[in-house]
Design a protein around this ligand. Structure first.
Ligand code: 5GP
Ligand code: MN
Length: 325
């Protein structure tokens, strides 16, 4: 059965977004939620986390979370996740479901492993939400203003506010259609891009101040520790967007941002400023992403994670070994 048939036949659908959800995975999942609900299906919004505060403007966000009712699911639709581990507890607690129930994966990551029953992968799409929009049209289901708001949020956030090289005429056509359906672009831009808490502005400042440049100028990096978060009463959620801002630094090929999640856990975000492929380093540490934006988690203390990652970054950009951080 192809993806369309699976959706048309399904009555009880679980839609999923990945752990530490961003605008694309949430916008895609909630867009699909609205479309399928309006088509008369029962739809559950599954995510390891509840909706982060900056996305609570999204219609339908309130039902997002890890608790699943016992139900006879006939389809799982996963959004923006290149491998199954990206669902965190939703997968860990319900492995049997993922084995038993047919799944559709809608994704635009080059590192997608093709883990689902049916994989809709388009690495040329600026966002998974762009794919969700065209898929919803193919399904022949109406797209409400609420659905459109969610989808446009996914496109807007994952395309770097329509600035990235991933933006195509097809992206802009989807966005134009969604605006025509009532999706409020200025509100989405304010909510996801300009609006900041005070703590967020402060932790961005700390991350920018902590930037280091390699001696030969080929790469740069910064680290945000638990101490820094405490000092500014901020969370990592409030650091969202800072690394993309850093990718505007002219000169170096790549920037790495280290986030000390715990004594032995460091999340790393990579952005490349030129043709450098970030996934080369991310994949070596079990992560993934796109050529120009990737991430991974290193299970080591911050100093050790920096040492290991920067050694690989240096190799990637043809630089000499980094000075110890
Ligand atoms: P960010 O730096 O914004 O967290 O992530 C950048 C890109 O890399 C996103 O497309 C995200 O999906 C991907 N990414 C980040 N962390 C991981 C990870 O641990 N595993 C995988 N597979 N992809 C990741
Ligand atoms: Mn995405």
């Amino acid at each position: 059965m192809d993806a369309k048939e699976l959706v048309h036949k399904a009555q009880n659908v679980m839609v999923c977004s990945h752990i530490n959800p961003d605008g694309d995975t949430l916008g895609s999942m909630l867009g699909m939620y609205h479309v399928l609900t309006a088509a008369g299906k029962y739809v559950q919004r599954a995510c390891h986390n509840t909706t982060p505060p900056q996305f609570t403007f999204l219609p339908g966000h309130e039902g997002v979370g890890p608790d699943l009712p016992d139900r006879d699911w006939d389809l799982i639709i996963c959004h923006d996740a290149s491998d199954i581990q990206r669902f965190g507890s939703v997968y860990e607690q319900h492995r049997d479901l993922f084995e038993r129930v047919p799944s559709i994966c809608i994704d635009h990551h080059v590192t997608n492993s093709g883990w689902a029953t049916v994989n809709l992968i388009d690495t040329s799409a600026s966002a998974t939400a762009e794919m969700v929009y065209y898929f919803a049209r193919e399904l022949g289901y109406p797209i409400s203003k609420d659905a459109g708001t969610c989808m446009l949020t996914g496109i807007f956030t994952d395309s770097g506010s329509f600035q990235f090289t991933s933006v195509t005429a097809r992206t802009l056509r989807a966005a134009a259609d969604l605006v025509e359906m009532g999706a409020p672009l200025p509100d989405i831009a304010y909510e996801t891009w300009r609006k900041k808490t005070f703590a967020s502005a402060r932790i961005w400042g700390a991350a920018l101040e902590g930037l280091h440049l390699s001696p030969d100028g080929r790469y740069c990096w910064s680290a945000v520790t638990q101490d820094m978060l405490r000092q500014h009463a901020a969370t990592f959620n409030e650091l969202e967007g800072a690394v993309s801002h850093m990718s505007g630094i002219a000169g170096p090929s790549i920037v790495a941002l280290f986030k000390e999640e715990g004594p032995d856990e460091v999340d790393v975000s990579f952005r490349s400023m030129d043709d450098t492929d970030c996934t080369v380093v991310a994949v070596k540490f079990g992560g993934g992403g796109h050529k120009k934006a990737a991430g991974c988690t290193v299970h080591a203390p911050l100093a050790e994670a920096e040492r290991q990652i920067l050694a690989e970054v240096a190799k990637l950009v043809g630089s000499r070994e980094p000075v110890p951080a």
